[in-house]
Design a protein around this ligand. Structure first.
Ligand code: NAI
Ligand code: MG
Length: 473
């Protein structure tokens, strides 16, 4: 069992002031697999002071210096890719053979991409009578969830480092282990003390300090809308910048003349990947009514082709939910869907065949869903799809946008042009047309209650920048 008993503060592994510890559970076995300390207020303040003390020197480094550190860190993360994948599989159940590609290697590549983006900080824009400069926003709190624990951390750490910010990382309670590896990597490459600080703690307990302390300039958060609201409230009295990447209920619109089999395969697998725990998952499949029944039977087949089981078995395509508590949240939604009158096509709340323990659920499809139902409006965050028929394209777009969320979306139509015409009408930060793949080169973030920032790509660094105008000749 992996036992951590120190935080990484000011370049050193430091014993916490708090004596409380937290046990991490492997969701595939329900057994304790690791232990980490839980920070108290004194520990949080130490981390904040360390990041604050490091800011003047780090923010004065050249883009080339920061870029070198980013490359060195990416090299060292690659050396430790297997350990990173082991840590993620152990704590959140992503199948081990899928984990390197889904959760680790792309993230490390994406990290490296920010080495070049550091240069943007040195661009001085000369306009008539004044200059526009870019400066790092300051000391940042980075709070991450458990579904893509490494990628989401890197999506914040990489632009923060590139911009010249210092930071405190606080991983999710369920999945802290890869963050300790990341801290070891920064220690090994000699990142200046205090630039990256790590502590573990219970969100609602450490949140008010990490998100409210006057020495914090910015909070970058990915997780639930509920926590996003609390974080914003903690940050409001001192007017911090708060960047939020929250939930979603993303639509996939399939028109009557689309390649139905390809569209359904794409949509169902998009959701079942990572056991439905992807904020941008296409969990509402909207289909033209003339091909709806055909789509439902195709979706059933694709869902049932998944092999649910032990994340260490190379045959497994879908592991457990990340925790017993997440499974019970999802089970409650499945019950709600049945009570609301949706048709359960496959899956349900029972343990998948052959499994007796662990947070497992079978891929679940609901048909005859009405967009007003709870299961169509609320983020379930599990392997559950709602299939909803529409009358014509206008109605399809209306249903797609009839949600408080707006993170992602997708369209399958007759051809690219027809799909693009629909894509332009959807209120969401991303739209995947005709089966496109995710890339960390593209800006990612939400409309409406899905959030307010953009991570990844060129845009990702702008969250960490202050703009300064210098006037006069
Ligand atoms: P959560 O939002 O409570 O946890 C995510 C992170 O926020 C963790 O690091 C947690 O410690 C921290 N946190 C929680 N409350 C906080 C507070 N008051 N101040 C500061 N930090 C705080 O999410 P939870 O409870 O684990 O999952 C609930 C639902 O949230 C899921 O069912 C899903 O719908 C959604 N979710 C969305 C994610 C996304 O990628 N957008 C990721 C994880 C969860
Ligand atoms: Mg929570």
């Amino acid at each position: 069992m992996k036992k951590h008993d120190k935080f990484f503060l000011n370049g050193l592994w430091v014993s916490p002031d708090s004596t409380q510890v937290h046990e991490i559970i492997n969701p595939a076995t329900d057994e304790v697999c690791a232990e980490v300390p839980l920070a108290n207020e004194i520990d949080c303040v130490r981390a904040i002071e360390s990041a604050r003390a490091a800011f003047p020197a780090w923010s004065s480094t050249t883009a080339n210096e920061r870029s070198d550190f980013i490359h060195k860190a990416a090299d060292e993360l690659l050396n430790r890719a297997d350990e990173l994948a082991d840590a993620i599989t152990l704590t959140m159940g992503c199948p081990r053979h899928i984990c390197p590609n889904l959760q680790v290697l792309g993230s490390i590549q994406a990290f490296r991409a920010y080495a070049d983006r550091a240069k943007t900080m040195e661009e001085i824009e000369q306009r008539k009578g004044f200059q526009v400069l870019k400066e790092p926003v300051g000391v940042c709190t980075l709070i991450t969830p458990w579904n893509y624990p490494l990628s989401i951390l890197i999506g914040k750490v990489a632009p923060a480092l590139a911009a010249g910010c210092t930071m405190i990382a606080k991983p999710a309670e369920q999945t802290p282990l890869q963050d300790f590896i990341v801290a070891e990597v920064f220690e090994k490459i000699g990142l200046p003390d205090g630039v990256f600080n790590l502590l573990t703690g219970i969100g609602p307990e450490v949140g008010p300090v990490l998100c409210g302390h006057p020495e914090i300039d910015m909070v970058s958060f990915t997780g639930s809308t509920r926590a996003g609201v609390q974080i914003t409230e903690s940050a409001a009295p001192t007017i911090k910048r708060v960047c939020l990447e929250l939930g979603g209920k993303s639509p996939l619109v399939i028109t009557k003349d689309a390649d139905l089999a390809a569209a359904v395969q794409y949509g169902v697998q998009n959701v079942m990947m990572n056991t439905g725990q992807t904020c941008s998952a296409l969990t509402r499949i909207l289909v033209d009514e003339s091909v709806y029944e055909e789509a439902v039977s195709m979706a059933k087949q694709v869902a049932e082709d998944n092999i649910v089981g032990d994340p260490l078995d190379p045959q497994t395509t879908m592991g457990p939910l990340s925790s017993a508590s997440q499974k019970s949240t999802v089970v409650n939604y499945i019950r709600k869907g049945i009570a609301e009158g949706a048709r359960l096509v496959t899956g349900g709340e029972e343990m998948p065949t052959g499994l007796t323990q662990g947070a497992y659920l079978a891929p679940t499809i609901f048909a005859d869903v009405n967009n007003q139902m709870n299961i169509a409006q609320e983020e379930i965050f599990g392997p559950v799809i709602c299939m909803i028929p529409f009358r014509d394209e206008g109605h399809g777009v209306e249903l797609a946008n009839d949600t408080v969320y707006g993170l992602s979306s997708a369209v399958f139509a007759k051809d690219r042009e027809s799909a693009l015409a629909i894509a332009r009408k959807i209120k969401a930060g991303q739209c995947f047309v005709q089966g496109a793949n995710f890339t960390t080169d593209a800006p990612f973030g939400g409309y409406k209650r899905s959030g307010n920032g953009r991570e990844w790509g060129e845009e990702g660094i702008s969250e960490f920048i202050e703009i300064k105008a210098v006037l006069g000749r």
